[in-house]
Design a protein around this ligand. Structure first.
Ligand code: B16
Ligand code: MG
Length: 216
């Protein structure tokens, strides 16, 4: 039996990826670097600092900036991202999220969040789904980001469960790799054609049943 669920945020609970993309595109344009949606795919699930590094390498500008300047650039992107998040409302949860979380609660299945985003607590509060989670892993406490399984192992610990008792939901390849890396059951969410190694795939949570999943 499965005893707990761990959710990625961006792309699984809410479509915040579009705001990340808008904020990165604005910063990139200011730096004279062009990024498109296809490039943006490889930023999903990746930390803010690592995302900036990938953009700078893409624009052959990684060597130009000092570490302090890179920290300031990452901060600038975040200021713009947080401005965009101000408009976020509970209606922007992805399809099926509300009823799935309610069902999990009804069955007393604990849920946790394993997001690379340092803005996760703020976003969960804006979406009004904060109370459904026993915990949110703080990405600042991690020694390695996704695809390392550390964040998912910590999420299982927050629920006092073994990874093998937990189902993980992810929209990014780095996340699926992290989930499988600690022996959890992985469900790929979204336009999942490209997600390799998941145990199962769904367009969104509305296609999945809590009652069926806990029997796995
Ligand atoms: P922040 P997830 C990730 O969220 C995003 O997919 C990724 O694009 C972003 O860079 C990362 O969070 C860090 O976010 O800048 O808000 O700390 O998919 O792991 O929920
Ligand atoms: Mg994601």
């Amino acid at each position: 039996m499965m005893r707990g669920f761990v959710f990625d945020l961006d792309g699984v609970l809410a479509d915040t990826a579009k705001y990340h993309y808008m904020a990165w595109r604005q910063l990139s344009a200011e730096l004279g670097i062009t990024i498109d949606e296809q490039f943006n795919e490889q930023l999903k699930g990746i930390s803010r600092e690592e995302s900036l590094e990938r953009i700078l390498i893409h624009g052959s500008k990684s060597e130009i900036f000092s570490d302090a300047e890179k920290a300031e650039l990452a901060e600038k992107k975040n200021r713009h991202y947080v401005e965009l998040l101000a408009e976020l409302t509970p209606e922007e949860v992805l399809p099926g999220v509300g009823s799935f979380l309610m069902n999990a609660h009804r069955h007393e299945i604990p849920c946790a969040v394993a997001s690379a985003s340092k803005n996760a607590p703020f976003i969960l509060t804006k979406l009004a789904i904060n109370d459904y989670f026993v915990g949110v892993v703080d990405p600042a406490t991690l020694t390695k980001g996704k695809p390392d399984p550390e964040i998912f192992i910590k999420a299982a610990q927050l629920m006092a469960l073994q990874p093998a008792e937990v189902i993980g939901f992810e929209d990014a390849q780095a996340g699926i790799d992290g989930i499988k890396g600690c022996g959890m059951y992985a469900i790929g969410i979204g336009d999942t054609q490209q997600l390799k190694g998941a145990d199962r795939w769904a367009a969104d949570l509305s296609e999945l049943s809590v009652e069926e999943l806990i029997q796995l």
